[in-house]
Design a protein around this ligand. Structure first.
Ligand code: B1M
Length: 211
C-alpha cells in the first residue's frame, strides 16, 4: 500500500493521530504536499462521501473522517505554497432565515471542503439579502441554501429574486437542499439545482464551479 493509500484509509477510519503521523511521514520523505492532499486526504474524503451517499456509513463516521481530514490539512498547511492549495471554486452556504437546523448544512460544508472547494459558512437564520451580499462580497460561484422547515423554505425563492435584483443572477448558481426540498420546488422558484444529500451536493457544486 502506498503512503497515499495509507493516509486515505486512516482518514476513512477516522484515525486522526494516524493521519497526522502519516502526513508528517510523507512530508519528511519529500512527497509533494499537493499530491499528499489530493491523493491522500481528498481522495479519502471522496470515498467517505460516496459511502455516505450509498448508506454504507452514517453521520458520525463522516464527522470523524472530517475531523481527521482537518487534522491532516493542518499538518500540511505550513508546507504548502499558495499555488499548492487546491481551489476548485468558492461557495457561500447557510441555513435560511427563521431556520436553526445546521447538521445537514454542516455535512454539505464538510463534503464541499473535502472536494477542494472554498466554503464561506454564513451559519443559520440567514436572510436572502445576506446570502446574496455574501456571494457578491466573496465573489462566489455558488450560493448553497439549506432549509429543514416547510415554513422557511420559501426564503429560497427570495434568494433567487434578490440575486436578480442585484444583477448577479446570470453570474451565480443557486443550489438548494434539505429535507422538505424537492426537484419540483427547486424548479418552481427558479433555482439552478437541487440535491438530496451532502455528497451529491459536493459533486454538483464542483460541476457548477467549473462551468
Ligand atoms: Co427540528 N424539525 N425543529 N430540530 N428537527 C425537523 C426538521 C422536523 C421534520 C421534526 C418533525 O416534526 N418530525 C420538523 C419540521 C416539520 C416541517 O417543517 N414540516 C422540525 C420542527 C417542527 C422543529 C421546531 C419548529 C420544533 C419546535 O420548536 N416546535 C424547531 C424549529 C427551530 C428553528 O429552526 N427555528 C426545531 C428545532 C430543532 C432542534 C434545535 C432541536 C434540532 C436542530 C439542531 C441543529 O440542527 N443544530 C432539531 C432536529 C435535530 C430535527 C430533526 C430531528 C433532525 C434534523 C437533522 O439534523 N437531520 C428533524 C427530524 C428529522 O429529520 N428526522 C427535525 C440529519 C441531517 C443530516 O439531515 O438536515 O436533512 P438533513 O440534511 C441532509 C439532506 O437534507 C441534505 O444533506 C444532508 C445530509 O446528506 N441537505 C442538503 C441539507 N441541506 C442541503 C443543502 C444542499 C444539498 C443537500 O444544497 C445547498
Amino acid at each position: 500500500m502506498s503512503i497515499y493509500e495509507e493516509i486515505s484509509s486512516a482518514l476513512q477510519q477516522g484515525r486522526k493521530p494516524k493521519v497526522e503521523e502519516l502526513v508528517q511521514q510523507a512530508i519528511d520523505e519529500g512527497m509533494s504536499p499537493k499530491v499528499i492532499l489530493e491523493e491522500g486526504l481528498l481522495s479519502g474524503m471522496a470515498i467517505i462521501g460516496e459511502k455516505f451517499k450509498n448508506n454504507e456509513v452514517f453521520v458520525p463516521e463522516v464527522l470523524i473522517a472530517a475531523r481527521a481530514m482537518n487534522a491532516g490539512v493542518a499538518v500540511l498547511k505550513p508546507h504548502m505554497a499558495e499555488s499548492d492549495m487546491v481551489n476548485k471554486g468558492k461557495v457561500v452556504i447557510g441555513t435560511v432565515k427563521g431556520d436553526l437546523h445546521d447538521i445537514g448544512k454542516n455535512l454539505v460544508k464538510l463534503m464541499l471542503e473535502g472536494r477542494g472547494i472554498t466554503v464561506v459558512d454564513l451559519g443559520v437564520d440567514i436572510s436572502a439579502e445576506d446570502f446574496v451580499q455574501a456571494a457578491i462580497d466573496n465573489d462566489a460561484d455558488v450560493i448553497c441554501c439549506s432549509a429543514l422547515l416547510t415554513t422557511t423554505m420559501n426564503e429560497m425563492k427570495a434568494v433567487v429574486e434578490i440575486a436578480k435584483e442585484k444583477g448577479i443572477r446570470d453570474k451565480i448558481k443557486i443550489m438548494v437542499g434539505g429535507a422538505p426540498i424537492t426537484q419540483h420546488f427547486c424548479e418552481s422558484i427558479g433555482a439552478d439545482r437541487y440535491e438530496v444529500d451532502a455528497a451529491s451536493a459536493a459533486d454538483t457544486a464542483l460541476e457548477l464551479c467549473s462551468a
